[in-house]
Design a protein around this ligand. Structure first.
Ligand code: NZQ
Ligand code: ZN
Length: 382
């Protein structure tokens, strides 16, 4: 355990909290409200934002798509520059929040914002950003990461910088009432895999982080088991807060990280537009089986402490089976079928993308080479 931890992001949690943005956003700011395809216009969130900002100067930008593209976001960057915007308010799911992070940083840079993703430009500063979350899944509302797609070249790449972490976020579970079932399932799966990526590595003796990760996993498992009875405040609150905490930084402090499932999954999204969370449940069981010898001790710990499984020689194998069963119970696929081509062509396409993006030594041991990714894909793709 050797780390520096700081998460200064304020969280306004609970019903009615959207009103908190009135005092959170400096009164003299010129605000750009960024949102997606219009769900916030249908469920009253836009009206609540308008009411809260009635004494502020603001304009809005809509149309940020799921898996946000730089092509769309660059239009918002141009507006932010032309209009002298000095505060950004993201209102949406992870895509809107991530996209707003790109806008916040690119607005302070004279070149092509994509340079942030390639590393050609190192972020120096960003416009301040706040978030009203409408879909609990990514944790983007309280972290400093974003994932942006360049549609032209089918590149989906992450970046991280402390200056794009939202200074505050509003988590009002009531906004979840209009979420389609598909997005609620996605939220459970994404938060689950975020926890796993920071937990299923090798034992590091980090009892606090492990214990909190196991609490999050048990919570998400319970929410999945209660899925048919989800239409209540307690269910919504617990999903919203567990998804936030899964990628808030604490459980990831002083531990090993994996993230290979995410990096391979991003390529399925870039190539075939697979929902982010669904790309993860396709890859993860095959990846865990492939890497089982490195991960055996933590899988056994998870089997005991999350699934309540009895000890046996094959406890790690049974834990992976339990993870897969959990996904299948939620209707999530653990093998990819919708690639529209033959298996070999699909695998080659993913390997070509991983090669192009330098994803050649993934996982907590950097043991997942291109050859290993190919083995994983042999099982993950039908
Ligand atoms: O665009 P609108 O009309 O708002 O509709 C959205 C969108 O179609 C809809 N939605 C959101 N809130 C709603 C709602 N519909 C009804 N009622 C509501 N309250 O849901 C659809 C999906 O939204 P999206 O934001 O794309 O989903 P999600 O939150 O899962 O975000 C996925 C993106 O986040 C990235 C992913 O790669 C992907 O691009 N990630 C970001 C991370 C981070 N910044 O830390 C980590 C994650 O691992 C992930 O990679
Ligand atoms: Zn994720």
């Amino acid at each position: 355990m050797q780390f520096t931890y700081s998460n200064p992001a304020t969280i306004h949690f609970g019903q009615g909290q959207i009103a908190a943005i009135t005092s959170e956003i400096p009164a003299q700011s010129k605000v750009l409200v960024i949102y997606g395809g219009g769900s916030i216009k249908k469920n009253g969130v836009y009206d609540q934002v308008s009411e809260a900002l009635k004494d502020h100067t603001w304009l809005d930008f809509s149309g940020v798509e799921p898996n946000p593209t730089k092509e769309t976001l660059d239009k918002a960057v141009a507006i932010a520059k032309q209009e002298g915007i000095d505060f950004i308010l993201a209102v949406g799911g992870g895509s809107v929040v991530d996209g707003s992070k790109y806008v916040a940083a690119a607005a302070k840079y004279d070149g092509d914002g994509w340079d942030i993703l390639t590393g050609k430009y190192a972020i120096k500063s960003a416009l301040p950003l706040g978030a009203i979350l409408t879909l609990p899944a990514t944790g983007s509302e309280s972290n400093s990461a974003a994932v942006i797609t360049k549609a032209e070249t089918q590149d989906k790449l992450p970046f991280m910088h402390p200056s794009v972490r939202p200074v505050f976020s509003v988590l009002d579970p009531d906004v979840m009432k209009t979420l389609p079932e598909r997005q609620l399932v996605n939220g459970i799966a994404d938060a689950w895999v975020h926890t796993c990526e920071q937990y299923i590595t090798r034992p590091t003796g980090t009892m606090v982080q492990d214990g909190y990760a196991e609490t999050l996993l048990r919570t998400l498992k319970t929410l999945g088991e209660q899925f048919d009875d989800r239409d209540n405040d307690a269910w919504r609150k617990n999903l919203m807060f567990s998804a936030n905490q899964a990628l808030f930084g604490l459980i990831g402090s002083g531990v090993l990280h994996d993230w290979a499932t995410h990096m391979i999954g991003h390529e399925l999204t870039a190539l075939w537009n697979v929902d982010h969370a669904r790309s993860l449940t396709i890859i993860q069981p095959s990846l865990l089986r492939n890497q089982i010898e490195y991960k055996r001790a933590k899988l056994e710990q998870m089997g005991r402490n999350v699934f309540g499984l009895a000890d046996s020689d094959d406890l790690a194998e049974r834990t992976i089976d339990a993870i897969e069963a959990f996904y299948n119970q939620l209707g999530l696929e653990t093998q990819f079928t919708a690639h529209g081509t033959d298996k070999a062509t699909a695998i080659n396409a993913v390997i070509a993308q991983l090669t192009k993006h330098g994803m050649t030594a993934l996982g907590e041991n950097q043991a997942i080479t291109l050859e290993t990714s190919r083995e994983i894909l042999e099982n993950a793709i039908a």
